[in-house]
Design a protein around this ligand. Structure first.
Ligand code: ATP
Length: 356
């Protein structure tokens, strides 16, 4: 492993007027990683990506690529390519000519050009469509052409700005898996912008979760999902049953609700205001184990969605938890609850997150 990061942002900010789109970002992206910048609309993902690519100048800080300070270099002097959401293909050129366009301008020999374009088309599974015009392709195929075009000159880093956003959900899921496979195959560092947490979790080696121009947490998908460092990350990374309360002696007295047993939390002093979070899939409705934190509540809603059923369970007036159950547990329709029943449920103490 090369210890020099492929990309380093060193105290990088971008100000528009007196507001910060990006605020003093420090970030290392390891060579060969699939790295995602994840966050809600307006959090500064695209601006960060544009500064890596050279399309936007930081107002402070430095951008380093493979250890070299490129802050002052224009995009074409950086060993980086970008795939935008709008694929920006040339409609008068064939698929193969679109892919080879940039390479041709660098003056490589014809035979090499043909070979490299052929390799790229194979990589993105478009070999049979080399002579077609982009407008005759589906959205997913056009996306692949854009990807092949961006990879053909073998950049050290590929920047991707919500490249799958225009695709329908099924195709998007399929392309997520393919894109990850392609990235592994070429070994190029991918920096991927998305606001879709499932997408980031599926594809990334590491994820930086951004909020209001800052990184709230940077880690593996498991880190940010299982151990969110803040309330923002916990709620952004999916339904998290966030509840406010006060910690005291291994319990959290919920605001307007009962006390939850959460186990001793050595880092948190008695009387501290905390948020408690338990993921819906970490709450059990049957087959309880010794040592679980047990509660009861009333089923208020049942949402069946094929492989899983989500129950909304009211703990106390205004305090509702979402619980996700695989439909293997209660495979028969008549075994599922329909609403109004009082049920017991529980979780392992370690799955209950307490954020001070
Ligand atoms: N050229 C500009 N002039 C003024 N403000 C800008 C400019 N570009 C971006 N901003 C602001 O900077 C902030 C971050 O924008 P950015 O596009 O980086 O967010 P994002 O996370 O990529 O959002 P989205 O997912 O909606 O694209 C936003 O508040 C945006 O309005």
């Amino acid at each position: 492993m090369d210890a020099t990061p492929a990309v380093r942002l060193d105290g990088v900010s971008k100000q528009f007027g007196d507001s910060y789109a990006v605020h003093r970002l420090d970030l290392d992206i390891e060579a060969g990683h699939f790295f995602s910048l994840l966050g809600p609309s307006g959090c500064g993902k695209t601006t960060s990506l544009r500064m890596i690519g050279g399309f936007s100048d930081p107002t402070e800080g430095a951008v380093l690529l493979a250890g070299e300070d490129v802050t002052a270099l224009p995009p074409n002097k950086r060993n980086v390519n970008t795939v935008f959401q709008s694929y920006a293909l040339f409609d008068h050129l064939s698929v193969a000519d679109n892919v080879g366009f940039g390479l041709k301008r660098t003056g490589v020999a014809k035979a090499e050009l043909r070979q490299r374009v052929g390799e790229m088309l194979e990589l993105v599974q478009l070999s049979g469509l080399a002579d077609r015009k982009p407008r005759t392709l589906s959205g997913g195929q056009r996306q692949r052409v854009a990807l092949a075009r961006a990879l053909v000159n073998r950049p050290a880093v590929l920047l991707l700005d919500e490249p799958l956003a225009a695709l329908d959900l099924k195709l998007r899921r399929q392309m997520q898996v393919e894109l990850k496979q392609i990235q592994r195959e070429v070994g190029i560092t991918f920096v991927f912008v998305t606001h879709d947490q499932d997408e980031a979790l599926t594809m990334s080696d590491r994820i930086a979760v951004m909020n209001e121009g800052r990184i709230e947490q940077c880690g593996t998908p498991e880190d940010v999902y299982e151990h969110p460092a803040s309330r923002f990350v916990a709620s952004f990374m999916g339904t998290s049953n966030l509840m406010g309360g006060t910690y005291r002696g291994g319990q959290v007295a919920l605001d307007g609700g009962p006390a939850l047993p959460v186990g001793a939390r050595p880092g948190i002093a008695d009387g501290t205001a905390v948020s408690v979070s338990v993921r819906p899939e970490k709450i059990w409705l049957s087959d309880f184990e010794p040592g679980m934190s047990m509660l009861s509540g009333v089923i208020r809603e049942t949402v069946y969605s094929g492989p899983t059923t989500t129950y909304l369970i009211e703990l106390a007036p205004g305090v509702t938890l979402s619980v996700l159950e695989q439909n293997t547990a209660r495979a028969r329709m008549e075994d599922r609850w329909s609403g109004g029943e009082t049920v017991e449920f529980g979780w392992r103490p370690e799955h209950c997150l307490v954020l001070a």
